[in-house]
Design a protein around this ligand. Structure first.
Ligand code: C2E
Length: 850
C-alpha cells in the first residue's frame, strides 16, 4: 500500500466489505429464497474466516488509491493501528528503498487501471523488514469507471529469501563457470551438448555455441580419442567419474591436449539428470612434458653416447662432482681399481685415504682451483700402479679423470734407463775395478781444469803398478784381477770425495786431485798411496808385495790442458820408474824432451821416406852344416841428413805408430828381393815383417808383387815375424801366414824365447825356422842355464823339423858351443856386421867359410 498522491486515504472499512459481501450473498439468498437464509450466513462466516484467517492481508482502496480498509492482520504484523495505515498511512511502514518504486508502480496502476502487483519490504513490529507482495485489481461500474480497488498483501519473505539464495547461488555458479579456466560442458544422458561455459567457448575457439547445441559430444573428438570419450561417458552414466587425456584441435584447428573429467549430475532425489564434462587445457603442460621427455630422451641418449664413448675408450675414466663424490666409473677403471671396490656416490678421498695430501690430491685440487686441465704421472701405492692421469675440470665444478696404467711402460722405461745407465756407466768405468776409465777421467780432469779457483792447483798423478805381470804369470789372471781390485780399493781410501781415481788400462792408474793449496798436497797424497800399496796384498791366500811408481803434474804450473798434463804426469812417472821403483816424481821442464824428439822424428820419418833416405844393410846368416853364407838378413837404416844413420830400434816403433811401416815395409820387400835377385842362386834373403803390416790388407799381394818384380824365387825369401804377430788378431794373422806360405816363401820366428808363449806358437804354425834371441847366446858357453835353454830349443827344432838359428854370435866360443848343441845356423858380428848391398856381392864372391 502506498500514500496516494490524491491526499488522505479514505476509510476502508472491513465492515463495508463485509456488508458488500452480505449484499452479494443476499442476492444469492434472494435467488435461493428464504430457505436458504442459514446458508448465506455460512457463506458470510466463511468469508469472514477467509479474511481473518487468510495469511493474506486484504485491503481496499478508493478509485484514487487511498486505502479504505485493511485486514486485521496488519496491526499484528506491522504494529501500525488500522487507522494509521488508511489513506496513505501505510507508506510509513515501507522500507525507505522501496517507497519510490512502490508508489511509482501504484500510481501507474491508478492512472491506467491496470492491476497492481508490487513487492516491497514492510517494517514489522520487531523493527525488522520483511518482504511482501501487494496485488490489487480494480472494480468498475457499468461504464467502466473504477469504483474501488481490492487487494491483498502477501508475505513473500520466504520466497524472496529463496529467490535471493537462488540468485546468489546462480551468480556463484555463474562466476565459477565463467571464471573457470576449464571448458565446462553439460551433456544430456545421451551425451549431447547442452551447455558450455564462456571460457570453454573461448578456449575451444567456438564463436557460435547454438550450432553445437545438441551435437553429440564424442563427434567433436578425433577418431583416436573417441574410445576414450565413450569410456568416460559410460563411467559417468554408471555414476562414477571418468577421466581421460587426449588431443583434440579447437574449432579453428589449434592443436590442444585436454585432460577431461566426466562426472554425473544428479537430481535432488539422486536420479541421474545430466553429465558434466570438464576439460582442462593441458597443452602447455603436455608440451612441457613432451619437451621434458624429449630433453630427457636426448639427455639419456647423450649420456648413453657419452657412456658408450667412455666405455669404448681404452682409458679408465672416473667422474667426480664438486664434492669429490664419484658419479661415474667406467669398466676399465672398475677393473683396474677393483681392489678398491669403487662405488658410485662414494667420496674419492674416503676410497683412497692414503692419497690425501699426496701427489694425486695436489694435482686434482690444482685442476679444480685453476679450472685448468692437469696432466701428470704418479704411482698409486695400492694396488701398486703407475698411472698417466689427465684431469679435466667439468662445468659442474667436478673433475673428469682419464687415466691409463703405464706400469709396464714405466717398468720398461726404468729397465731401459737402468740399462742405459749401466751402458753409460760401463762406457765411463772400468769393468774390473768399477773405477772411472780413461774417458771419465778425462772428463773429470777437464772439468777440474775448467775452473781452478785462484790460489789452488789441480794435480794429475799417474801410477804404474809393478808386479801385475808377475802375479798374472805366477798366480794366474784371476789373481791379477783381484790385485787390481784391491789396489783400486786402497787408492780410493787415499783420496777425498772431490778427487777422482781412475784405471786407465793394464796396470796404469791416474788420479785427479783438486783444490791443492801447495804442491806438497800432491806429494802427501802420493806418499799415502805408496804407503797404502806397500802393505802386502793377499792373493790366492798368499801375501804378495807390490810397489808402484807415481808421476805428478800440476795445473796451472805445468799447463792447463788435460792431455798435456796427463803426458807430463806420464813423463814424470817414467822418470820415477827409471830412478827406482816405489817412488814419486814431479814433472819438471825438460822431461818431455825425448817425447818431443820422438814427435819431431815422427814428422821427419814421412819426409825421409818420400826423399829416399832409407837404405838396407845385410847381415849374413851362416849355415853351420855347410859352413858358408846361406842368406842375408835385410836390416833397415835411415840415413838422416842431420843425424846420420838412425837405428831401426829408434824409428821402427814410430813407423808402426804412424802406420808408415806399411809403405816402408813394402819398400823393404821390393828392395831386398831386387837386391837378392842379383845374388847367386841358393843365397836367400830374410826380411822383417811388423805386426802392423799384417793388420793391413794386401800383405800377400805385396810379397807376391815384390817377388814378381824382382824375379826372385819365392823359396829364397824368408819372412821374419815375432810372436806378437800371433798375439794379436791371431786367427786372421795365421790365415795370412798360411797364405804367405802358399806363395812359397819361408817363415821364421824371430826373437824366439823373449815372448811369453813362444813354444805355444810353434804349435799353431809350422815355422821354417826359429831364431833364438841373442840374450840366450850372449852368456854362452859359461852360463849353464843359457846352455840348457839353447840345448832344449835345439832339440825342439830337431824334433819338429825346424831350422834353428842363433842370433848375436860375437865370439868363437859362442859359435863352438852352438855347434856343439847342434844349432843349424848362426848370425852375429862374429861373421860380420850388417853391410851395404855392394859389400854383400863382394863377400859372396869371396865365399867365406867358417
Ligand atoms: N849386439 C849385437 N847385435 C847384433 C849382432 N848381430 C846382429 N845384431 C843386431 O841384431 C838385430 C837383428 O835384427 P832383429 O832381431 O830382426 O831386430 C831388428 C828388427 O826387429 C828391426 N828391423 C830392422 N830392420 C827392419 C825392417 O826392415 N823391418 C822391420 N819391420 N823391422 C826391422 O830392428 C831390429 C834391430 O835391428 P838392428 O839395429 O839392425 O839390429 C840387428 C842387428 O844389427 C851381434 O852379434 N851383437
Amino acid at each position: 500500500m502506498m500514500r496516494s498522491a490524491l491526499g488522505t486515504a479514505p476509510d476502508f472499512p472491513l465492515a463495508e466489505t463485509h456488508s458488500a459481501l452480505q449484499r452479494s450473498s443476499r442476492v444469492v439468498f434472494t435467488r435461493a429464497g428464504k430457505g436458504r437464509k442459514s446458508t448465506l450466513h455460512d457463506i458470510e462466516e466463511h468469508y469472514r474466516h477467509s479474511f481473518e484467517l487468510s495469511p493474506h492481508i486484504p485491503w481496499t482502496a478508493a478509485a484514487d488509491g487511498l486505502i479504505l480498509d485493511v485486514g486485521p492482520q496488519w496491526l499484528s504484523l506491522v504494529g501500525m493501528p488500522r487507522q494509521d495505515a488508511l489513506g496513505a498511512g501505510w507508506i510509513q511502514a515501507l522500507h525507505p528503498d522501496d517507497v519510490a518504486p512502490t508508489t511509482e508502480r501504484w500510481s501507474h496502476s491508478l492512472q491506467t487501471g491496470s492491476p497492481v502487483d508490487v513487492e516491497y519490504r514492510l517494517r514489522l513490529v520487531n523493527g525488522n523488514y520483511r518482504w511482501f507482495r501487494a496485488r490489487a485489481a480494480a472494480r468498475r461500474d457499468e461504464q467502466g469507471c473504477i469504483l474501488r480497488w481490492y487487494g491483498t498483501v502477501e508475505d513473500i519473505q520466504e520466497r524472496k529469501l529463496a529467490e535471493e539464495a537462488l540468485r546468489e547461488s546462480s551468480a556463484f555458479a555463474g562466476s565459477i563457470l565463467n571464471n573457470s579456466p576449464d571448458c565446462i560442458k553439460v551433456l544430456d544422458l545421451d551425451g549431447r551438448l547442452l551447455f558450455m561455459n564462456e571460457p570453454g567457448l573461448q578456449i575451444m575457439e567456438i564463436s557460435d555455441f547454438p550450432l553445437l547445441h545438441g551435437r553429440c559430444w564424442e563427434e567433436l573428438w578425433p577418431a583416436s580419442a573417441v574410445p576414450l570419450v565413450r569410456q568416460a561417458l559410460q563411467e559417468a552414466a554408471a555414476g562414477r567419474t571418468g577421466h581421460f587425456s587426449a588431443s583434440c584441435p579447437t574449432a579453428r584447428g589449434t592443436p590442444k591436449w585436454w585432460d577431461v573429467l566426466v562426472s554425473p549430475i544428479r537430481g535432488p532425489d539422486g536420479q541421474l539428470l545430466r553429465i558434466l564434462a570438464v576439460s582442462r587445457d593441458v597443452t602447455r603442460t603436455k608440451q612441457v612434458q613432451q619437451e621434458a621427455e624429449q630433453a630427457r630422451r636426448e639427455t639419456q641418449a647423450a649420456a648413453q653416447r657419452f657412456e658408450a664413448v667412455l666405455e669404448s675408450t681404452t682409458d679408465s675414466v672416473i667422474l667426480l662432482d664438486q664434492d669429490w663424490c664419484i658419479t661415474y666409473v667406467n669398466q676399465h677403471a672398475a677393473r683396474l681399481l677393483r681392489q678398491r671396490g669403487l662405488s658410485l656416490g662414494a667420496n674419492l678421498w674416503e676410497a683412497f685415504p692414503e692419497e690425501v695430501g699426496g701427489i694425486f690430491d695436489r694435482h686434482y685440487r690444482r685442476a679444480m682451483a685453476e679450472q685448468l686441465p692437469v696432466v701428470f704421472e704418479a704411482y698409486l701405492s695400492s694396488p701398486g700402479l703407475w698411472l698417466a692421469v689427465h684431469a679435466y675440470p667439468t662445468t659442474e665444478g667436478g673433475l673428469s679423470l682419464f687415466f691409463r696404467d703405464i706400469t709396464e711402460q714405466r717398468q720398461a722405461e726404468q729397465e731401459r734407463w737402468r740399462a742405459q745407465e749401466r751402458i753409460a756407466h760401463m762406457a765411463r768405468h772400468d769393468a774390473l775395478t768399477d773405477l772411472p776409465n780413461r774417458t771419465l777421467f778425462r772428463e773429470r780432469l777437464e772439468l777440474a781444469l775448467s775452473s781452478v779457483p785462484p790460489g789452488t792447483q789441480v794435480a794429475v798423478l799417474c801410477l804404474d803398478l809393478d808386479g801385475l805381470k808377475a802375479v798374472n804369470d805366477t798366480l794366474g789372471h784371476p789373481a791379477g784381477d783381484d790385485l787390481l781390485r784391491q789396489v783400486a780399493a786402497r787408492l780410493q781410501t787415499c783420496i777425498r770425495g772431490s778427487d777422482t781415481v781412475a784405471r786407465l788400462g793394464g796396470d796404469e792408474f791416474a788420479i785427479v786431485q783438486t783444490r791443492l793449496t801447495e804442491a806438497e798436497d800432491a806429494a802427501d797424497l802420493a806418499q799415502r798411496i805408496l804407503d797404502a800399496l806397500a802393505e802386502p796384498v793377499e792373493l790366492a791366500g798368499q801375501p804378495v808385495l807390490i810397489s808402484t811408481s807415481i808421476g805428478i803434474a800440476l795445473a796451472p804450473g805445468d799447463g792447463l790442458e788435460g792431455d798435456g798434463l796427463l803426458k807430463a804426469a806420464d813423463l814424470a812417472l817414467y822418470r820415477a820408474k827409471a830412478e827406482g821403483r816405489n817412488t814419486l816424481r814431479f814433472f819438471e821442464k825438460g822431461m818431455d824432451e825425448p817425447l818431443q824428439a820422438r814427435q819431431a822424428l815422427k814428422m821427419e820419418l814421412r819426409r825421409g821416406l818420400i826423399q829416399g833416405e832409407f837404405e838396407l844393410v845385410y847381415q849374413p846368416l851362416m849355415d853351420l852344416h855347410e859352413n858358408k853364407v846361406a842368406a842375408f838378413e835385410a836390416l833397415l837404416r835411415w840415413r838422416h841428413p842431420g843425424r846420420g844413420l838412425i837405428s831401426p830400434a829408434e824409428f821402427i816403433p814410430i813407423a808402426e805408430d804412424t802406420g808408415l811401416i806399411v809403405p816402408m815395409g813394402e819398400w823393404v820387400l821390393h828392395e831386398a828381393c831386387r837386391e837378392a835377385a842379383k845374388w847367386p842362386g841358393p843365397v836367400g834373403v830374410a826380411v822383417n815383417l811388423s805386426p802392423v803390416q799384417f793388420r793391413k790388407q794386401g800383405l800377400v799381394d805385396t810379397v807376391a808383387a815384390a817377388l814378381a818384380a824382382s824375379g826372385l824365387a819365392p823359396h829364397r825369401l824368408e819372412l821374419e815375424i815375432t810372436e806378437s804377430v800371433l798375439l794379436q788378431n791371431s786367427d786372421a794373422n795365421l790365415a795370412e801366414l798360411h797364405a804367405l806360405r802358399a806363395v812359397g816363401v819361408r817363415i821364421a820366428m824371430d826373437d824366439f824365447g823373449t815372448g811369453y808363449s813362444s813354444l805355444g806358437y810353434l804349435r799353431s804354425f809350422p815355422f821354417d825356422k826359429i831364431k833364438i834371441d841373442r840374450s840366450f847366446v850372449s852368456d854362452l858357453p859359461d852360463d849353464p842355464q843359457s846352455t840348457a835353454i839353447i840345448r832344449a830349443v835345439m832339440a825342439l827344432g830337431r824334433n819338429l823339423g825346424i831350422t834353428t838359428l842363433a842370433e848375436g854370435v860375437e865370439s868363437a866360443r859362442q859359435l863352438a858351443a852352438l855347434r856343439t848343441e847342434g844349432c843349424d845356423m848362426v848370425q852375429g858380428y862374429f861373421f860380420g856386421e850388417p853391410m851395404a848391398a855392394g859389400d854383400v856381392e863382394q863377400m859372396l864372391q869371396q865365399s867365406p867359410r867358417i
